[in-house]
Write a protein that binds this ligand. Structure first.
Ligand code: ROI
Length: 166
């Protein structure tokens, strides 16, 4: 490796959509992520459908992707926000329905605490639509903060998640 070059990190990205053909939105995002510089897409979970945590919104389709990347955390965050915006995301209201949401869940073993980015992602615990797809890609993983995925899963029933085939 050329000295000074940053090393690759395994990053897990939570994906969600509840507007405009959600599964197509996720497929479009996967294509875009596969083309990110200095990165390769190394895995994708099944797609899952579940009710919104907030009432009155369409059901969400969610998945998790594994990306190996040499991009710095905030450079990756910028790139993911460009993908969200490119797929018509409008930030009308916080927690509102969205065409595409891409969240950095885990960035290697890094504990990141920046105003724009915290990893492990603050909301991943107790969210079945994040934990079960993550477990497909990274069974038995320990998070950078020491929590074990299996323990989070034990506190988070699968109930209400519907796994789509293919
Ligand atoms: N509910 C589900 N099922 N999936 C999501 O991705 C999701 N995202 C959100 C809120 C509105 C909290 N609910 C969700 O932002």
């Amino acid at each position: 490796m050329i000295s000074g070059q940053s090393s690759m990190e395994r990053v897990y990205i939570g994906m969600g959509s509840n507007l405009a053909a959600p599964a197509e939105q996720l497929r479009g995002a996967l294509k875009a992520m596969a083309q990110l510089p200095d990165s390769s897409l190394s895995g994708v979970s099944s797609f899952y459908v579940s009710d919104s945590l907030l009432p009155g919104q369409p059901r969400y389709t969610n998945a998790v992707a594994a990306l190996d990347t040499a991009l710095a955390p905030l450079a990756l965050l910028d790139a993911l926000q460009d993908i969200e915006n490119g797929q018509g995301r409008e930030r009308l209201e916080r927690w509102g329905p969205r065409t595409l949401d891409l969240d950095i869940l885990l960035f290697g073993d890094q504990l990141i605490d920046e105003p724009r980015l915290k990893t492990p992602h603050y909301h991943m615990q107790a969210r079945a639509f994040v934990l079960y797809p993550l477990a497909e890609l990274a069974p038995g993983i320990t998070l950078a903060d020491g929590r074990k995925l299996n323990e989070l899963l034990a506190d988070c029933p699968f109930e209400g998640l519907e796994r789509l085939s293919g």
